[in-house]
Design a protein. Structure first.
Length: 38
């Protein structure tokens, strides 16, 4: 978890990649549904 972890948003930003945690088309008011998954 952190910049080195490609599965997290910060890691994707540092790597310059996109995925589930960091979509390529980021919506302005994206509804967060991370409460279900812990």
């Amino acid at each position: 978890m952190g910049r080195g972890d490609a599965k997290t948003k910060k890691g994707k930003i540092s790597k310059g990649s996109f995925g589930k945690s960091r979509p390529a088309k980021a919506k302005k008011a994206a509804p967060k549904k991370a409460a279900a998954k812990k």
